[in-house]
Design a binder for this molecule. Structure first.
Ligand SMILES: C[S@@+](CC[C@H](N)C(=O)[O-])C[C@H]1O[C@@H](n2cnc3c(N)ncnc32)[C@H](O)[C@@H]1O
Length: 215
């Protein structure tokens, strides 16, 4: 799988970027966004029957390590950026972390019950790379996967489209429609089990967690 990596995803190898990562969850709004995502992740795990062995990929600086390793659950975090992994290890000494590329995960088939992929796919512009990652997440999961997407059916994206049409925004929004997301999942050999809007008012936000399993 030789698709180029996206610049937005390469930046996390810079220790200065890694050191600043948590700033976006500072303040009341940041904490509320974090809490919404955590609630959606809990809902997604419940939809998979509360798996006991979970891969968090990419785990970044361990933002969701505490949530995903809570209780008796066995947890591994994987990420390509060493500074992000170093932060994760420093915060969660009891968790296991592995340096790994999501397009070539160094794990056996069905090594985990579930794989959780947060804040990643919407940054991957190349469809072939997104599909390769979905296939890898599915390959290492015996029950299913949780994937964070940004879709197009929201007022937020409609607003961006209007601004683009009026010349007030350079690029048209590239968010995929729900059908395009399902087509991508199908191409990776997956079927949707649940569609979990991250926001309680889904028409305001483009964020969704898609729960899927191998067909
Ligand atoms: C926006 S962060 C999200 C991290 C975490 N899931 C969260 O919600 O905070 C994206 C992460 O993807 C990692 N990453 C980028 N390309 C990767 C790849 N090919 N394989 C594994 N991790 C990658 C980056 O190092 C970064 O930590």
């Amino acid at each position: 799988m030789n698709a180029p990596r996206d610049a937005k995803l390469e930046v996390y190898s810079d220790p200065r970027v890694a050191a600043e990562y948590d700033k976006r969850w500072d303040g009341a709004l940041g904490r509320a966004r974090n809490a919404r995502k955590a609630r959606a992740i809990r809902g997604a795990l419940a939809a998979l029957g509360s798996p006991d062995v979970v891969l968090d990929a990419p785990c970044g600086n361990g933002r969701f390590s505490a949530l995903l390793s809570s209780g008796e659950r066995r947890y591994v975090g994987a990420d390509l950026a060493l500074p992000m992994l170093a932060d994760a290890r420093a915060r969660h000494a009891a968790c296991a972390y592995v340096a790994a590329d999501l397009a070539r995960l160094p794990f056996a088939d069905r090594a985990f019950e579930a794989a959780v992929c947060i804040r990643f796919l919407h940054l991957v512009r190349a469809r072939e790379l997104r599909i390769a990652v979905l296939r890898e997440l599915a390959r290492v999961s015996s029950i299913g996967i949780v994937v964070d997407y940004r879709h197009s059916r929201t007022l937020r994206v409609l607003g961006r489209r209007v601004r683009h049409a009026l010349g007030l925004r350079d690029r048209a929004p590239s968010n995929p429609s729900p059908d395009a997301i399902r087509a991508e999942l199908a191409e990776a050999g997956l079927e949707e089990l649940a569609w979990i809007p991250v926001h309680r008012a889904p028409w305001l936000s483009d964020k969704v967690l898609v729960v899927a399993r191998a067909r």
